[in-house]
Ligand binder design. Sequence first.
Ligand code: PEP
Ligand code: MN
Length: 346
Amino acid sequence: MIIVMKAGASQHQIEHVFEKVRELGFQAHPIYGELRTVIACVGDERGKSRLQALDSLDSVESVVPILKPFKLASKEWKREKTAINLRSATSNGEAFVSIGNNQFVVMAGPCSVESREQILASAQQVKNAGARILRGGAFKPRTSPYSFQGLEEEGLKLLAEAREKTGLFIVTEVITPTDVPVVADYADILQLGARNMQNFALLKEVGKTKKPVLLKRGMSCTLKELLMSAEYIMSQGNYQVILCERGIRTFEDYTRNTCDLSAVPALKEMSHLPVIVDPSHGTGIRTLVTPLAKAAVAVGADGLLIEVHPNPEEAFSDGAQSLLPNQFEELMEWVKKLVQLEGRKL
Ligand code: PEP
Ligand code: MN
């Protein structure tokens, strides 16, 4: 349910409503607008009719249901687009980036952090081409237990060193609830991978942090399920969720996955959250990454996640879909042109 406060309701009156909401067993999530405050009340749906009675309070304009099952992720609660702002100060100076605004944000780097040399070279290459965020997995969710599992905390330290040297922000995956504190110590954005999109314990744990979360769509999950997973994070008080289309399983097996670009405008109809596209996992094939990246700009994505490796032939994971640095530069040239055409900035 949403409680719409009357214009000019005082902070005291708003807090009184919070108290009532909590007494009824719900959580209150307010948005303080210029004119009025709206409070989303979420909790056990069975008790929601009890909230209706709050419309008799003097300070309350109305109490209306949120029809969508994802409440905080819906546009019913928040009409304005959510922008996720990152700020940092490194020896490279101060940096600022805003995801979900007019800015188009590219996150790029290798699938896995493999060595100091590899991640520092990757960072410099993607930075030179115009990426703002460095990706690289330190904890890797691999299909086979015999595949490279990541450098773990050592990999996080290398990512932090790359940030210090380049001023790039860091996005890296966390795969278990117990690893959340250590990954949050190093990362600017916590990545939740496709295989963990419905790991509800992990969703709740990242929801308790103050770090933005990059939530990748599960390979067999619907858009509604993706938004319900975002809801798990947001229900813990962390509203900074970036959605990512990374391809889904279909009958087509030429590509690794089918990159569902309709997800971008569809998610934007349903939600205020930013949406980015990962054409690397979305296709699994190097030559298809740039065409899909170009299309992602055109369908209105807020950014891209691209795998780039200084030497893909030798990559520990996902070499076949990783761009060479010069291919990434070309991709970025295209992206710059397309983004400009739309009056957006890189
Ligand atoms: C990755 O980003 O390297 C990754 C494992 O992605 P996904 O979870 O989409 O498979
Ligand atoms: Mn990968």
